[in-house]
Design a protein around this ligand. Structure first.
Ligand SMILES: Nc1ncnc2c1ncn2[C@@H]1O[C@H](COP(=O)(O)OP(=O)(O)OP(=O)(O)O)[C@@H](O)[C@H]1O
Length: 230
């Protein structure tokens, strides 16, 4: 679905991504694991067209995303769920949910969203500020499902959440995957992604240093922990 070749990205003069190669097949969950500052968020910002200077190719359904504007990328069905979750605090849960425009056909119906996220239904009239971190994360994911996006970029969805909520998010991501969505998951939590992802990429200093299939992950967990500094 997305083929990334020799991708470089800069913040001003600062060269942050150094020749990344990655493949994200349709309908799969792919993780990008790495420490703080490794370049994970930059990778997602690059896919969304939010970086100033870039080189390389990002071929998505035959088109190079690096040549498109962020709005054109979004309209191709790609959506980012940012690390800070970006829930509008003064709006209700329902208002937050309905805020993003529908960008492609086939967006998830609200009844289906409420079935996947029963907490969100219960909290529909609560303000964004009244939600727990886990509820905010669920709402942030629910919100992009409504838009019709089929390729979801989730930036550290488990950050700062209690283990029981992390498990709930893992179940939800599995359910979304079973519906045929493609997911790129940025994480520092190796245990969370262990039985969730089909392919794991490890990133260090803006370059991919390893790639593992799901079946190889458990045997290499020490190497992963070392990279993550656990
Ligand atoms: N707006 C910016 N301007 C300049 N440098 C930046 C900017 N944002 C990030 N960087 C630098 O780019 C590098 C990669 O940062 P990035 O946020 O992509 O890392 P990350 O792997 O997502 O880590 P984190 O978990 O902390 O978000 C870091 O060295 C960071 O300091």
């Amino acid at each position: 679905m997305l083929e990334i070749r020799d991708l470089n990205a800069w913040y001003g003069e600062s060269h942050v991504l150094h020749g990344l190669d990655m493949d994200i097949p349709e309908g799969k969950v792919v993780t990008l694991l790495g420490r703080n500052g490794a370049g994970k968020t930059t990778m997602m910002r690059t896919i969304m067209g939010l970086m100033g200077k870039t080189t390389g190719t990002l071929t998505y359904q035959g088109v190079d995303l690096l040549k498109l504007r962020p709005d054109q990328i979004a309209r191709r069905g790609i959506a980012l769920c940012p690390e800070d979750r970006a829930i509008f605090p003064s709006l209700s849960v329902q208002e937050n949910l309905f805020l993003p425009p529908i960008i492609a056909k086939g967006g998830m119906e609200i009844d289906h969203i409420y079935k996947l996220f029963p907490n969100i239904r219960e909290r529909a009239s609560s303000r964004g500020t009244q939600l727990s971190g886990g509820e905010q994360q669920m709402l942030a994911i629910a919100r992009i499902l409504r838009t019709g996006a089929r390729f979801l970029l989730l930036d550290e969805p488990t950050e700062g959440l209690a283990p029981v909520i992390v498990q709930q998010i893992a179940r939800t991501i599995k359910e979304i995957k079973a519906l045929g969505y493609t997911i790129l998951l940025v994480e520092q939590n190796a245990r969370f992604v262990e039985d969730l992802a089909d392919i794991h990429y490890l990133i260090e200093n803006g370059a991919i240093v390893d790639r593992m299939e799901a079946a190889e992950f458990a045997a290499n967990i020490d190497r992963v922990d070392k990279l993550l500094g656990v």
